[in-house]
Design a protein around this ligand. Structure first.
Ligand code: NAD
Length: 499
């Protein structure tokens, strides 16, 4: 028996509609089954969504910040009430384990919590007597219609990085979610609708490049937030800014984890295997390359291999009481095959596969997109595996002679998202923190991804723009400042303070 397809409507001006026409399949990666058909929208849908967002803007802009915040308090409550349903949706369309899906929803919800504080985030500055009897103040105002374009790997969190804060700031929004995971976005938007968000403030249009291009060139779109791979991030930044928009575009990554000889090996192995294999390696903050320094390799590798081999892969799409595996599938068959070919290429170039997850098969889900945890030793900087973002459960090992060499290796990367060091030496940690070329640094923390109140600070090819996503930088991104200089002359009310 085949499961009925989950509806995948656009949301334009408060109306949900499922058009006839071209679609792309949405898979349950655990089984390979098609669970929904995602509509392929284009310029017509984007124009309608931007028009709806522009029409909703004047009234939304006038809505007091405390009233806007109250909608997000209710939204947060509804997310909590629907938590299990949301997590199951994430696992079903993405393949993460339920516990990873909880992380996805939670990290997203923290951004809603941050947006609840919007009245105090929108304070301006004032200076009395800038000159005699002249005062000066800054007022923070929304931009208008903002847009977001999101990737497949965090179906809940990444969209929640964008629209709650943008909308809380007084903007209206058009979201173009990943066509691979459009379903959780819809559930969340239904909850926000239930929380009382007026029609047209949030719009969703599904599709691929034609939608993106229509957003990038639309004269009424003032700002674009993007998260995805580096070539597309660069394209979004260049095209969007050429069309006069603010753009913040997060790209891909290749994150290094340095292991010093004095590191606590048990804790390091645990952190390293979570960093490399968590979410099947499909995280922009995945710790995908270990750089053991000197004697660290001999201490680390036996336990690391054992940890990788112990990771159970399996279906993530069944609710409790079904047992959950340690790791789920990757997003598509094509993506699994790409990862396999990168590992095969490194082997033929001389690297050694010391934990081999390439033949993972799940008996009750033969059509799922599975890969087991894989560790590749002897990776050389020239190998494609070393240079490209793999985005799968593959940990590269590059042995380093000393900390200088490890920092130089990390700094040679074109990316600059995250980097971490495991050590008990404050001096080594301080040196690493100071010299490493990455925007988010972990010290005995494998995935130093920032929480909602801190900016998500990718550098170099991991970020194109100026103001980052999350935290105060994001408030600045979604607002513009007005500076008002004022003085008052005597009016017709007379001298009110003199009897
Ligand atoms: P992707 O770049 O393929 O797609 C991202 C978005 O861009 C999707 O909405 C997609 O429809 C759209 N898109 C794809 N091709 C396009 C094109 N040619 N023109 C215009 N739009 C296009 O990324 P993905 O595979 O969905 O996600 C994985 C990538 O996202 C990884 O590289 C990962 O590192 C990155 N990522 C980065 C961060 C970060 O904060 N730096 C966070 C999560 C994911």
């Amino acid at each position: 028996m085949t499961t009925p397809l989950t509806p995948c409507p656009h949301l334009i001006g408060g109306e949900w509609s499922t058009p006839s026409g071209a679609t792309t399949p949405v898979y349950n990666p655990s089984t390979g089954e098609v669970i929904a058909e995602c509509p392929v929208g284009g310029a017509a849908e984007i124009n309608a969504a931007v028009a709806a967002a522009a029409a909703a803007f004047p009234a939304w802009r006038e809505t007091p910040a405390v009233d806007r915040a109250r909608i997000f308090f209710r939204f947060r409550h509804l997310i909590e009430q629907n938590h299990d349903r949301l997590c199951l949706s994430v696992s079903r369309e993405h393949g993460k384990t339920l516990s990873e899906a909880r992380g996805d929803v939670h990290r997203g919800m923290e951004n809603v919590e941050y947006a609840c504080g919007i009245p105090s985030l929108l304070f301006g500055d004032t200076l009395e007597n800038l000159a005699r009897n002249v005062d000066c103040e800054t007022i923070v105002q929304p931009l208008g219609v903002c847009a977001g374009i999101t990737p497949f790997n965090f179906p809940a969190m990444v969209p929640l990085w964008m629209y709650p804060l943008a909308i809380a700031c007084g903007n209206t929004f058009v979201l173009k979610p990943s066509e691979k995971v459009p379903l959780t976005v819809i559930l969340l938007a239904q909850l926000l609708e239930q929380a009382g968000l007026p029609k047209g403030v949030l719009n969703i249009v599904h599709g691929g490049r034609p939608c993106v291009d229509a957003l990038l060139t639309h004269p009424q779109v003032k700002a674009i937030s993007f998260v995805g791979s580096t070539p597309i991030a660069k394209y979004i930044y260049e095209t969007g800014t050429r069309h006069g928009k603010r753009v913040q575009a997060n790209g891909g990554a290749k994150n290094y984890i340095v292991v010093m000889p004095d590191a606590d090996i048990a804790k390091t192995v645990e952190a390293l295997s979570t960093a490399a294999f968590g979410c099947a390696g499909e995280r922009c903050m995945a710790g995908s390359t270990a750089l053991p320094v000197g004697a660290a390799a001999e201490r680390l590798l036996p336990d690391l291999i054992a940890a990788a081999n112990a990771i159970k892969v399996g279906r993530t799409d069944r609710p409790a009481p079904a047992a959950q595996p340690d790791m789920g599938p990757v997003i598509t068959a094509a993506h699994r095959d790409r990862v396999l070919s990168l590992v095969a290429a490194s082997e033929s170039e001389g690297a050694k596969i010391i934990a081999d997850g390439r033949r993972a098969k799940i008996a009750d889900a033969p059509g799922g997109f599975y890969l087991g945890a894989t560790v590749v030793d002897g990776v050389h900087p020239d190998m494609t595996l070393a240079r490209e973002e793999v985005f799968g459960p593959v940990l590269n090992v590059m042995r380093m002679d000393d900390l200088d060499a490890a920092i130089a290796q990390a700094n040679a990367s074109a990316f600059g998202n995250g980097a971490a060091i495991f050590t008990n030496s404050g001096r080594a940690a301080r040196e690493f923190k100071h010299r490493v070329k990455a925007g988010m640094v972990g010290i005995n923390v494998g995935v130093p991804a920032t929480m909602a109140m801190f900016p998500f600070t990718g550098w170099d090819d991991s970020f194109f723009g100026d103001l980052h996503i999350q935290g105060k930088e994001a408030v600045q991104f979604y607002t513009q400042q007005k500076v008002v200089t004022s003085r008052w002359f005597g009016g017709d009310v007379g001298d009110v303070w003199k009897k």
